[in-house]
Design a binder for this molecule. Structure first.
Ligand SMILES: *Cc1c(COP(=O)(O)O)cnc(C)c1O
Length: 732
């Protein structure tokens, strides 16, 4: 027996003899079946210790790992690695967490939601790399939202789609051109089960269209205390084509898209009904789910005998809408015939004409030239609407001002709640241990409060620097392993593989850039200053290096050409080993990058980045942001918590804006970032840089945490929508 086990409480020792391989295995399975494990590093390492090699090969999926082992093998391994106590602790902690629903922030501040929870709709959820039902920032935000809602005890259920092929896996061919591969997800390896109704039978919902019925089954996935319900069209009774309707995220044509959105919105509301969940608030996270209120209106009309107009008023009162992008392509639009085909039967039940329905999706209801826009109906059917940063709020009010022509721009009813990130999911374990030593014991729970982070000023600068550098080494190891694997996959010769094994210099200033390769994010901006950047990179005394990663949408040739140009820099001796492109950006790659880089770069074309969240993840780990003053950074930057590219202006001519921004990017690197990083004191530490790191953490970690974000939604959106007193009003 290990020392830890000897010290374990007597209850556990009394049970000691009863621990069989089967009970041990059952406990691990219980833990693996709630995604709670994914943001607890000590539980993650427990699974990893069962078989480190398979763990990596299986995308860090504990259910897949356990399915390859017998209970006896698990017990043998647990003996060998002394895991018994850790397994028991993980199991008990999960049980305690799930049973504590009364001593939470939500129980105190969101009581009105207790009996009638929030129904949170989103087309994607990014929770962990082994659950591939997300493509990028929107999904990760939804995942972080429900994780923080779980921690805070906010009564909420989430509704999404189950994509059995998810988003594509990315590889580059020998020319650096993006190849897309779709991989079937094995349902039995995911932590989900059929959702059942009151009668104990699995739920199937039916959606009527003019063209026949569309069926969807419903899965239940547990994310801490939150139930996430996922609709899936791969059911008997659907046509072969419809069985594949929800296979892929953002694939297919307009018809596929509207059918997916019918399933999410209308099907989602029907699923809630079948589950006997009486939602008090409907949160539409982006326009994809904006058909949902129509089905709720139908239910209210049927149940309470209200007219369409009265029901609409009642439903809009309970509906809150979040818009996520000012980029036109980000707003789904549908032609009238697609709307009639799919919403015709529902429109009949609502007793409204085709023109009336189309009017709900148009800025000018009578304008027959206008297509049906999901953002417009989202705004019209919700009483509360918000953008996702302060600047995005201004941009959105201007963008949609013509919906309220009688109001001045400042009074357009779109507010803002700035995005945030779930700290436990993005914070590296060694940094967390450092915080545990100096921050208050309950800092994790209070991560959304500025006061919880103040003691960071007491950190020993040397220790912070050492911790950061250990994480940076870990990142470089990861990059080298991945790069050599990429070369092997392309059957490149041994010299190239060897070179890939040695890319990057651990002592060089390391800049990371990773996100979707949407063209407005301008991953290619630095290419406009390539010769000047080459000089910075090759400075013998103060070298700089870059790590890039990100997927382009399969239909986005512009984004793919950015990838190709960046990836092919490895063929130029000036950049080989100093600029790398990592394939297949996902949550795992993101986690490594934001935890290990010195600088996180973001240079979107202002004001198109609604918020951006990856930079917030870097903050938590001591990385410094260097960014255009757009999205969250426009409200975050204070002159000493990171770096600004330019001064927050843009020209009407994109070419001029891009040229200027590229120059400003080069200038800030040359004049501010590099000198500060390489300015070392006699003890070898860059004290001024470390002061920036501390300032970044203390001014930004709480404000841009998902806990703060969820608390804002509860106070300003959910509680008022549920008919409670908004805290704004309470404060008056
Ligand atoms: C955080 C994250 C994003 C969002 O990054 P942005 O900078 O906001 O574009 C996208 N993809 C993954 C995998 C992420 O983890």
């Amino acid at each position: 027996m290990s020392r830890a086990e000897a010290a374990a409480p007597s209850v556990e020792r009394a049970n000691w003899t009863e621990v069989t391989p089967e009970t041990l295995y059952a406990k691990l399975t219980t833990v693996a079946r709630n995604l709670w494990w994914s943001w607890h590093p000590e539980v993650v390492s427990l699974f990893r210790d069962l078989d480190p090699v398979r763990w990596r090969q299986l995308d860090h999926n504990p259910i897949a790992l356990l399915s390859e082992m017998t209970p006896q093998q698990v017990a043998d391994r647990a003996n060998e690695m002394v895991l018994y106590t850790r397994i028991n602790q993980a199991h008990r902690r999960l049980k305690d967490y799930l049973s504590n629903t009364t001593h939470t922030w939500g129980a105190r501040h969101a009581g009105v939601l207790g009996a009638k929870p929030v129904a949170y709709f989103s087309a994607e959820f990014g929770i962990h790399e082994c659950v591939p039902i997300y493509s990028g920032g929107l999904g990760v935000l939804s995942g972080d939202h429900i994780k923080s809602a779980s921690a805070l005890g906010v009564p909420l259920v989430a509704i999404g789609l189950f994509y059995d092929q998810g988003y594509f896996r990315q590889h580059l061919d020998g020319d650096g051109y993006q190849q897309e591969e779709y991989v079937d997800t094995r349902v039995e390896n995911l932590p989900m089960e059929p959702a059942v109704g009151k009668d104990g039978e699995p739920i199937t919902v039916t959606i009527d269209t003019r063209d026949g019925k569309l069926l969807a089954k419903v899965w239940l996935m547990r994310v801490g205390r939150i139930n996430l319900y996922l609709l899936d069209c791969d059911v008997e009774g659907n046509s072969p084509q419809d069985r594949q309707l929800t296979s892929r995220l953002y694939g297919g044509d307009r018809r596929t898209r509207i059918r997916q959105e019918m399933v999410l919105g209308v099907g989602g509301v029907k699923a809630l009904k079948a589950l006997a969940i009486d939602a008090g608030v409907y949160h539409l996270n982006e326009g994809h789910s904006a058909f949902a209120p129509l089905e709720v209106i139908r239910e209210v009309m049927e149940h309470d005998g209200l007219s369409f107009d009265d029901a609409l008023r009642e439903v809009a009162q309970k509906t809150t809408f979040t818009t996520h992008t000012p980029v036109p392509a980000g707003h789904d639009r549908f032609e009238a015939d697609l709307i009639e085909e799919h919403l015709g039967p529902l429109r009949d039940s609502l007793g409204i004409s085709h023109d009336q329905l189309m009017g709900l999706g148009r800025v000018e209801p009578q304008n027959e030239q206008e297509t049906f826009c999901m953002t417009v109906i989202g705004l019209k059917l919700s009483r509360k609407a918000n953008a996702v940063s302060s600047l995005h709020g201004q941009v959105s009010r201007r963008m949609w001002a013509h919906l309220w022509p009688w109001r001045v721009e400042e009074e357009v009813p779109i507010g803002h709640i700035t995005n945030g990130v779930h700290v436990a999911s993005w914070l590296a374990q060694p940094m967390r241990q450092l915080y545990d030593k100096i921050l208050p014991a309950d800092w994790g729970y209070r991560q959304g409060e500025d006061e919880a982070w103040q003691n960071i000023y007491n950190v020993d600068p040397g220790e912070l620097w050492e911790t950061h550098n250990a994480l940076k080494s870990r990142l470089l190891e990861f990059v080298r392993r991945r790069m050599s694997r990429q070369c092997r996959r392309r059957n490149e010769d041994e010299s190239r593989i060897e070179a890939a094994r040695n890319v990057l210099d651990p002592s060089a200033l390391t800049i990371g850039f990773a996100r979707r390769f949407a063209t407005y994010k301008r991953a290619d901006l630095f290419l406009r200053q390539l010769d000047a950047i080459a000089e910075l990179i090759n400075d013998v005394n103060r070298p700089v290096q870059f790590i890039f990663s990100g997927k382009a949408h399969p239909a986005d040739e512009g984004g793919k050409s950015f990838i190709k140009r960046i990836a092919n820099l490895r063929n130029d001796p000036k950049f080989a080993g100093r600029i790398v492109f990592l394939e297949d950006y996902d949550i795992n790659v993101a986690r490594h990058l934001v935890q290990g880089v010195d600088v996180w770069l973001n240079n979107p074309r202002r004001p198109l980045e609604a918020s951006g969240t990856s930079g917030m993840k870097a903050v938590l780990n001591g990385g410094l942001n260097c960014s255009i003053l757009d999205g969250w950074w426009a409200e975050a930057y204070n002159g000493q918590n990171g770096f600004a590219i330019g001064n927050g202006t843009q020209h009407v001519d994109d070419n001029i804006t891009d040229a200027r921004d590229a120059e400003d990017l080069f200038n800030v690197l040359r004049d501010e970032v590099i000198p500060l990083y390489y300015d070392r004191d006699t003890d070898g530490l860059p004290h001024k840089w470390i002061e920036f790191m501390i300032d970044s953490i203390v001014t930004l970690a709480a404000r841009f945490s998902a806990h703060r974000m969820v608390i804002d939604y509860v106070r300003h959106s959910y509680v008022p929508a549920a008919g409670g007193l908004s805290s704004d009003m309470a404060a008056r």
